[in-house]
Ligand binder design. Structure first.
Ligand code: ADP
Ligand code: ZN
Ligand code: ZN
Length: 737
């Protein structure tokens, strides 16, 4: 009798374990290959993690692997190791981690190499055939009509798909009728864009590029700190050119919103190798083909958003993370990884450099640079001739305002409209939380037990600390000065667009927010209209802040900056500074310098001193000192257990139980320096009919924290109580809500 081997397999199910299966003769497997396995009533595609001879499960109860999908591992070894590390670090099921890293067709078992797209051509008979004669066969009729209109009377599969999901069947009928013939599509000639004239780097750019190019052979991380418009992208291009000339590949991550056609074009013009793009706007098969192009080594440069960090590269040469501070690098549901942190880990394994670029680096990255973990490179001046905009404060205590818009801001907008220049009105939505404050003396309710502001809960009419759970009565008048009109800060921003419409009935106002841009192509269309001068006022959120140059925008109005100063989200001030810097970077050109007007009730707040002086460094130093004092990241590590349930007390009740288990896990693992807070309702307690609550665990060191998390989760997963609510763990959360 031959000994059958046993494979441990990562299966895409929400369980933090891999499962053992038999590998019946004549099948053979090795770690990293995909297999089909029976799982309950279904078959699932999983990935082999390890092969051995023993299992904790009796052999008689093991099921056999049904099919082996390839002979060689899907991921290069270092990437596979990174995925296993990520599953541990984020305490997330390995099967789901592996699935996240695979293009969707591969999750379903498609061959690694994607099918080439086909093109469909009219035959002579098809050219003269009237589509109307196809009667009620609508899809056939529409395909044929489309073919008649198409240039060269041919269509690619991608175009046919737009007609109907069932286009293949209709097309097959048209082929049977000999109206259409199919060819494998000619590889789309990447319409080799005219090579751009090379830019001569200025001395700061050259120094930065040289420092990185000198260290391409080993792991090293660089912080490229350059103000907006200082020419960071030119430095990236120089590095990517060099990496490609050495026969290696470059992976460039950018925030979703910054991956514009202009940026892609800039890379295609400058890089003498195939450039592929990976983002969520592509069809599944386009993504699969881009992925394959990277994995097979064809693509020289890969430009992508968060999940592109998982792109397999046979010849990795450099990782570049642009706008490294951007919160879109953190996945906010499911597998909550941070692409920057994964890139750093992966690069270390692969032995190659990482470049973190930003005008406003995250405090995490600045702290790491201060500890010598990243080498700092500076671009201190704007590359072109444009100057930095002037930033002014509008003191809301002294200037009247109507519906959130102060008189001086309205006057400034009016002047821009008269001069046919554009205004960008920026609403800060992040860190939104109602905070009670006194507009006479600036009192706001502090938590007596921590360095945090209390949040006002309208429904219960009381104040609560979202860090420790402390509760207090909401005062009717200011406890400090007796003033009776306490303001619920954070309301009314929704009305800005309407107010502008009433004030400027003839102005063309464009709104840019998540809802307005969810549909494919909408954002591009809006941006095109701005560039074409078809808008006078743009109203938007952080979506407007990044990556776009609006040469005719000469005024930026910031409506609700104060939410960033008094928010329960300890990162709100950092994010606000980053956003205002980015937004301000959009405004003004050499011939038309820009102005930024910020409305505030707190013009004397030290925060604004740094902002007015464009002194991010100064702000960061003060903010880091506060974080150190308050035991916040980056000096303390957080993990947040979230729970939600349609039953009002269920989530918080579960977290009360979970807290006891966490304390038990701390004792069991004899871990020092791990703090378990009290469960608290989420700032937005009720969302979509569910009550939400959260529990914060923190520690000065990662190792004991992860030991506790591991023991804790193993217990929670086995507990019947954990099945009554929906819950998830967020390691290094970017939002505490
Ligand atoms: P960043 O990425 O730091 O915002 P970019 O690389 O996009 O900056 O550069 C900003 C602008 O300055 C672009 O229009 C770019 O073409 C121009 N630029 C960058 N470097 C130079 C240079 N060395 N000489 C002339 N223009 C430059
Ligand atoms: Zn007061
Ligand atoms: Zn507190």
């Amino acid at each position: 009798m031959t000994t059958t081997s046993i494979a441990r397999i990562a299966v895409p199910v929400p369980r933090r374990q891999a499962f053992d299966f038999l590998v019946p003769e004549p099948l053979t497997v090795r770690p990293g290959v995909r297999v089909r396995v029976p799982f309950g009533p279904r078959q699932l595609v999983g990935m082999v993690i390890a092969v051995g001879a023993v299992s904790d499960v009796p052999t008689a109860r093991l099921k056999p692997v049904a099919e082996v999908l390839e002979t060689h591992p899907v991921f290069p070894a270092k990437l596979f190791d990174t995925l296993r590390w990520a599953a541990d670090y984020y305490h997330h099921p390995i099967g789901e981690v592996v699935a996240t890293a695979l293009p969707v067709p591969l999750r379903r078992g498609a061959p690694l190499e994607p099918r080439q797209p086909h093109s469909y051509h009219l035959t002579d008979a098809g050219r003269t055939f009237d589509p109307a004669a196809l009667g009620r066969a609508t899809v056939q009729k529409r395909l044929l009509a489309l073919l008649h209109e198409a240039p060269d009377q041919q269509l690619q599969s991608e175009q046919c798909r737009q007609v109907s999901p069932s286009w293949r069947r209709a097309m097959a009928v048209l082929e049977d009728k000999q109206l259409v013939t199919m060819y494998p599509a000619p590889p789309v000639p990447a319409a080799a864009p005219a090579p751009a004239a090379p830019v001569t780097l200025n001395p700061a750019q050259r120094d930065a590029a040289d420092a990185i190019i000198a260290r391409l052979d080993d792991y090293r991380s660089f912080l490229l700190h350059g103000i907006t418009g200082s020419g960071k992208t030119e430095v990236y291009l120089r590095i990517v050119e060099t990496v490609i000339a050495r026969g290696r590949q470059a992976l460039v991550l950018v925030p979703e919103i910054a991956l514009t056609p202009q940026l892609i074009e800039r890379f295609r013009q400058r890089i003498d190798a195939p450039v592929v793009v990976l983002h969520s706007g592509l069809s599944l098969s386009e993504r699969h083909r881009a992925w394959w192009s990277a994995r097979s080594g064809t693509a020289g440069a890969i430009l992508g958003t968060r999940s592109a960090v998982f792109t397999p590269l046979p010849h990795p040469g450099v990782f570049i993370i642009d706008e490294e501070h951007d919160t879109s690098y953190k996945q906010q549901d499911g597998f909550r990884y941070h692409a920057r942190d994964l890139a750093l880990y992966r690069a270390k394994l692969e032995g190659m450099p990482v470049v973190l670029g930003s005008a406003t680096p995250s405090l995490e990255t600045l702290a790491n640079a201060a500890r010598g973990r990243h080498q700092r490179l500076e671009l201190p001046a704007r590359a072109g001739s444009a100057s930095l905009p002037h930033i002014h404060l509008l003191d809301l205590r002294r200037t009247p305002s109507d519906d959130g818009l102060s008189t001086p801001l309205v006057a400034a907008i009016r002047r821009r409209i008269e001069r046919r220049e554009q205004t960008l009105v920026f609403l800060n939505r992040r860190g939104y939380a109602p905070v009670l404050y006194c507009c006479q003396c600036h009192w706001h309710a502090p938590c007596p037990r921590c360095d945090a502001k209390l949040t006002y809960h309208k429904r219960a009419d009381h104040l609560r600390c979202h860090h420790c759970g402390h509760e207090a009565q909401a005062p009717r008048s200011c406890p400090q000065c007796g003033h009776t009109s306490l303001i619920n800060l954070g309301e009314g921003t929704q009305r800005i667009e309407e107010s502008l419409g009433a004030l400027f009935p003839d102005a063309r106002i464009l709104r840019v927010d998540r809802d307005a841009t969810r549909r494919k192509g909408r954002l591009e269309e809006t941006l095109r209209r701005v560039h074409a001068g078809e808008a006078d006022i743009l109203v938007g959120t952080q979506l407007l802040a990044k990556g776009h140059d609006f040469p005719n925008v000469t005024l930026v109005g910031v409506i609700n900056a104060d939410q960033g100063l008094y928010s329960l989200d300890f990162r709100a001030a950092e994010h606000l500074f980053q956003q205002i810097t980015q937004v301000a970077g959009r405004a003004g050109r050499a011939d038309k310098p820009g102005d930024v007007l910020i409305q505030t009730w707190y013009p004397t707040h030290p925060y604004f001193e740094s902002l007015l002086a464009h002194d991010y460094e100064g702000f960061a130093r003060a903010a880091l000192a506060e974080r150190l004092d308050a035991h916040y990241p980056p000096y303390t590590h957080f993990a947040l257990l979230r729970a939600e349930s349609p039953q009002e007390r269920a989530a918080i009740g579960f977290l009360g139980y979970a807290r006891k288990q966490a304390l038990q896990a701390v004792r069991d693992t004899q871990s020092k320096g791990v703090t378990v807070m009290d469960p608290v309702p989420a700032p937005m307690e009720r969302r979509a009919g569910r009550y939400r609550a959260q529990l914060l665990v923190s520690a000065g060191h990662r190792r004991p924290l992860h030991r506790v998390l591991d023991a804790w989760l193993r217990h929670l997963e086995r507990s019947p109580r954990s099945r009554k609510v929906r819950w998830s763990l967020d390691v290094d959360p970017v939002d505490l809500y």
